[in-house]
Design a protein around this ligand. Structure first.
Ligand code: PEP
Ligand code: MG
Length: 580
């Protein structure tokens, strides 16, 4: 049966392929290789989780004295499964021998047991595989204390290019793993348009739709799906006519993309001769090729935290240095803006490392980004030293995420000075004049912009967070995604205020949030006076095309008038005129 699902469009393009369903949400656990010194701690964590589930069973039985006998029998069966050495001991061997995290060890062992059960002829015994799954789910829930992350496994015998991943949710750490896979697309039940998961999809250039609510339940494995990433539409089991129509549209899009390639070496200059810098946002050193391929004149944002997400321990200074040096050398003299770790919220190295056992009710407002770096001075010094060491090999700029207070800037500058002086003491060369910039992504920073302009060498506006915090909309929550509005007058005022204030003080300012890569907003930003944009490499040429068709000086008065409007409908109407 053919049916259509609607979600949030997060990454344009058309994909046609077979559904590849991720396993049940709770059993989608992260696959981590733990360090040898963590092994016994991991075994203990596993034992504690078993213990907690066991006492849960006991409590359930205790409270069910008057309940029907079947429930008692059912709990007994689950308690028995839990105590079976196949589930309580073998995973510990796996943790010790393969150094995998407890969740992964348990799920691996579960898969073996389930397969054995499924081969049993007796239907009653065969059905017990469900009980094994249920018991394991309980333990996994204890271990993670939250819904588990997805594990990406390529289906046997099927080419990844033909697969569309259908998941309840994907964490940024999962999507970053897509860089090693070649899935045609992914769709999820939850997630917002500027969540890091969505941003990564755009960076990969694969069509994606999020916020579909129950796609994971409605779609079956191997069903044919069309993903229309620009419209946020999913067509399941399309008929032949629809399929042909989308195949045609897909080839038209490919043709347009290849035509844009002609602009790769053209200068990004407006009709009236104003040069605009177009830089790339990257997550991994391997993205340098895409940045250069897209014609980027530099890296405007290197999101350094992605390189080590989900690996479970902190990278060493040398590992960081090598990664940064690789990017700088790859960019061959072009400027590279490296952002210090923006960990926390939806991006944790290992949930335990940064959050301990606490449950964070508002992680986006918690110990994230520079707040976490300042709270972990050893980790911060390690990163700063690595960045400074890499500055010997090219033009590096340091970018600090999520600043809001003057004292945070002062503390950060002191930390940079400390890293510099330790390197000087060891006679290690670095760029003494390395520029330090701040991200403007909290409304307080945009409003009190003077504090930033006086202390920093450049600014970069992170509109993804600026919108999230201005409008109080969790950027990864699809329930409020309809309220996430880049054209809200308050957002426009903060943007324009930051750009004009920086310009007055001769401090370079760029926009590196998703807005910068949206060609429908290019003229609006130019009209505010913006001359530096940073975006995912795949978006650069389309934005360049728009720049080449625009007149910088004509846009300023139109946008000034637009900024006086408060009614959203009128703002949109004016934007359409601007783009006509
Ligand atoms: C932003 O907030 O706009 C930004 C560029 O940073 P990130 O998306 O990594 O939070
Ligand atoms: Mg941000």
């Amino acid at each position: 049966m053919s049916f259509i699902l609607h979600g949030l469009p997060v990454s344009a393009g058309i994909a046609i392929g077979q559904a590849h369903l991720m396993s049940h949400a709770t059993l989608e656990v992260s696959h981590l290789v733990i360090s040898p010194r963590m092994v016994e701690k991991e075994v203990a964590r596993f034992d504690e989780a078993l213990l907690r589930v066991r006492s849960e069973f006991e409590a359930m039985k205790g409270g069910k004295e008057n309940a029907p006998a079947e429930i008692g029998a059912f709990i007994d069966l689950h308690a028995m499964i839990l105590s079976d050495p196949e589930l309580s001991e073998v995973p510990k061997q796996l943790i010790r021998e393969r150094r995998c995290n407890a969740e992964w060890a348990l799920v691996q062992q579960m898969e073996i047991l389930v397969e054995q059960f499924e081969q049993i002829e007796d239907p009653y015994l065969r059905e017990r595989s469900y009980d094994v799954r249920q018991v394991v789910e309980r333990v996994v829930r204890e271990l993670v204390g939250q819904p588990g992350r997805a594990a990406l496994k390529a289906a046997k015998g099927v080419r990844e290019e033909n697969l569309i991943v259908v998941a309840h949710d994907l964490a940024p750490a999962d999507v970053i793993a897509f860089k090693e896979h070649r899935f045609a697309s992914f769709v999820t039940d939850v997630g917002g348009a500027t969540s890091h998961t969505a941003i990564l999809a755009r960076g990969l250039g694969i069509p994606a739709v999020v916020g579909l609510h129950n796609a994971r339940q409605l779609i079956r494995d191997k069903e044919t799906i069309i993903v229309d990433g620009a419209r946020g539409v999913l067509i399941v089991n399309p008929d032949r006519r629809v399929l042909e129509e989308y195949q045609l549209r897909r080839s038209q899009i490919e043709l347009e993309r290849s035509k844009l390639q002609r602009l790769r070496t053209a200068p990004s200059t407006t009709l009236d001769g104003v040069d605009i810098d177009l830089h790339a946002n990257i997550e991994l050193p391997g993205d340098v090729a895409a940045a250069l391929g897209g014609g980027a004149e530099g890296v405007g944002l290197f999101r350094t935290e992605f390189l080590f997400l989900g690996r479970g321990d902190m990278p060493t200074e040398d590992e960081l240095f090598e990664a940064y040096r690789k990017v700088v050398k790859g960019m061959d003299g072009r400027p590279v803006t490296i952002r210090t770790f923006d960990l926390g919220a939806d991006k944790n190295l290992h949930p335990e490392d940064v959050s301990g056992d606490r449950v964070h009710t508002n992680p986006a407002l918690g110990l994230r980004a520079i707040r976490l770096s300042l709270a972990e001075p050893r980790m911060f010094q390690t990163q700063l030293r690595a960045m400074l060491r890499a500055s010997k090999y090219g033009k590096i700029k340091l970018l600090i995420p999520m600043l809001s207070h003057a004292h945070e800037i002062d503390q950060t500058l002191a930390a940079i000075e400390q890293a510099k002086s330790s390197l000087r003491g060891q006679k290690i060369a670095f760029d003494e004049e390395i520029p330090v910039g701040g991200m403007i992504e909290i409304p307080a920073a945009a409003l009190a912009i003077g504090l930033f302009l006086r202390r920093l060498n450049f600014l970069s506006i992170g509109t993804n967070d600026l919108i999230q915090y201005t409008l109080a909309i969790d950027r990864s929550d699809e329930e409020v995604a309809h309220l996430y509005d880049p054209l809200h007058p308050a957002v426009l005022m903060l943007l324009a205020h930051t750009i004009t204030s920086a310009e007055k003080c001769n401090i370079p300012v760029s926009v590196c949030g998703e807005l910068a890569g949206d060609p429908t907003l290019t003229r609006l930003l130019l009209g505010m006076g913006l001359r530096q944009f940073s975006m995912h490499p795949r978006q650069i040429l389309e934005v360049k095309q728009r720049i080449m068709q625009s007149d910088f000086s004509e846009l300023a008065p139109i946008v000034r008038r637009m900024l006086r409007l408060e009614e959203p409908a009128r703002i949109r109407e004016q934007l359409e005129r601007l783009n006509a």
